[in-house]
Write a protein that binds this ligand. Structure first.
Ligand SMILES: Nc1ncnc2c1ncn2[C@@H]1O[C@H](COP(=O)(O)OP(=O)(O)OP(=O)(O)O)[C@@H](O)[C@H]1O
Length: 436
């Protein structure tokens, strides 16, 4: 990765078995955030790690935790909280892979999966619990000591995507989770994200609003001063609203990207569903990921995309943070997010670990102020994308796209997509993509 340093993992204090596991994953030199955080975490400090997307933050917290765990591998050792189910699964995979030679037990505790199965797993006292706050809080509130009692002896709490976890969306569940852990003085708290906010920093040593003790008191802060990876190209295309689908099709099939793996971000689940059908009708291998899909479908979609069985993933922001899919060469912001930090996370699904990648934003007249805010946040002007400019070609594919969209809308109406969405929302508060 571009952020190489001359230190080795050995000089940072990692044991041989872990260095061997890292080597097996072709990870031989620590990145800057790893170099900065690993020794401090090993020394026992709380830590706040803010480094660009794709810079290796997961190993920056996992490696020191695994090192300490291997010295005394008993009981529930660490809890990692993260906002989405897919991210929890990905982090758990990393812990499992890194600790495979040490008989590690890692449990994933997320919404959309069997509560009973998870409770049984928790009773077997996994060493590491990787969870979304909503589901872990559910277990804490509804299970007995035999299931969650071990939490009181955990040594580490990680808030991955900390800025997002510390918003009001998660406040209640996070409070329940932290309440089941040892007090701040008896655990280490590690906060990681690509977008550290002043609100997060301000929480240091601050008594919480409900009068509870402070969450953390980090001594170490490692924060990048550049917001996005240098290998990420940021471009834009100015588009009239009514031809967005045609431009999308054109871009995905133009010479530069006709073979590329791409993630297309939209702001609404309905847009995701329409686009998935439109592209499928036009013979593009496409999958989608949003919070209105049942968990099994979400998992299958992501697996198909990771394995390149689908070359395009249409996603809402449930996929904007953390997902590490090295083959992604292109991110398209089909809709522009209102929060510039969301742009940073979405675009960071490409150009990871030193690779190059493109993020192309579709800008309509309504988006101008959002783009200005993003450019000011990333301290960089986007350049105009020259890959789709032939208006004749746009005109040529417009009728094909219009037909595909008409068919998509008719099928959705027949399947009652909007109604299904409403009733799901009512029924499954527990399964909201972001809460559990
Ligand atoms: N030292 C390293 N050398 C090479 N590759 C590495 C190194 N550390 C981590 N990686 C790889 O880099 C990729 C990105 O790492 P990771 O997912 O931890 O990034 P991140 O900083 O958490 O990104 P995000 O902010 O998007 O969550 C992963 O595939 C990981 O295996």
């Amino acid at each position: 990765m571009s952020t190489r340093s001359t230190s080795s993992f050995k000089s940072l204090g990692l044991p041989k078995w872990l260095i061997d596991s890292l080597s097996a994953m072709k990870i031989t030199q620590p990145s800057a955030i790893q170099k900065g955080c690993i020794p401090k975490i090993l020394q026992g400090s709380d830590c706040i790690g803010g480094a660009k997307t794709g810079s290796g933050k997961t190993i920056a917290f996992a490696a020191p935790m695994l090192t300490k765990w291997s010295e005394d591998p008993s009981g529930m050792f660490g809890v990692v909280l993260t906002p989405t189910r897919e991210l929890a699964m990905q982090i758990a995979e990393q812990f499992t892979a890194l600790g495979s030679s040490m008989n590690i037990r890692v449990s994933i505790v997320v919404g959309g999966e069997s509560i009973v199965k998870q409770a049984l797993e928790l009773q077997r006292k996994p060493h590491f619990i990787i969870a979304t706050p909503g589901r872990l809080a559910h277990h804490i509130m509804n299970s007995g000591e035999d299931t969650i009692g071990g939490l009181i002896r955990t040594k580490y709490l990680v808030l991955d995507e900390a800025d997002f976890l510390l918003t009001t969306t998660f406040a209640k569940d996070l409070g329940v989770c932290i309440g089941a852990l040892p007090p701040k003085s008896k655990r280490q708290t590690l906060l990681f994200t690509a977008t550290i906010t002043d609100q997060v920093r301000a929480l240091k040593d601050t008594v919480q609003q409900d009068g509870k003790p402070p969450l953390f008191s980090y001594e170490v802060e490692m924060v990048d001063n550049v917001a996005i990876p240098s290998t990420l190209r940021t471009e834009y295309i100015l588009i009239p609203e009514y031809v967005k689908e045609a431009y999308l099709y054109q871009l995905l099939t133009c010479e530069a990207y006709s073979e590329s793996s791409a993630i297309i971000f939209v702001n609404r689940t309905t847009t995701a569903e329409i686009l998935r059908r439109v592209l499928k009708n036009m013979d593009i291998r496409v999958a989608s990921l949003h919070s209105q899909m049942p968990q099994q479908e979400r998992t299958n979609s992501l697996q198909r995309f990771r394995a390149n069985a689908a070359r395009v993933l249409i996603a809402t922001d449930v996929a904007s943070r953390g997902l590490d899919i090295p083959i992604v060469e292109l991110v398209i912001n089909y809709d522009i997010p209102s929060d510039p930090d969301v742009f940073i996370h979405r675009s960071g699904r490409t150009a990871r670990a030193g690779r190059s990648g493109d993020a192309i934003s579709f800008i309509t007249q309504r988006d101008v102020s959002r783009i200005e805010a993003i450019e000011s946040r990333i301290n960089k002007k986007m350049v105009e994308c020259g890959k789709v400019h032939d208006t004749a070609v746009i005109r040529k594919c417009l009728s094909k796209v219009t037909k595909a969209k008409r068919e998509a809308l008719m099928a959705m109406e027949k399947e009652n997509f909007g109604e299904r969405k409403k009733s799901q929302r009512k029924k499954k508060v527990d399964q909201k993509g972001f809460r559990t």
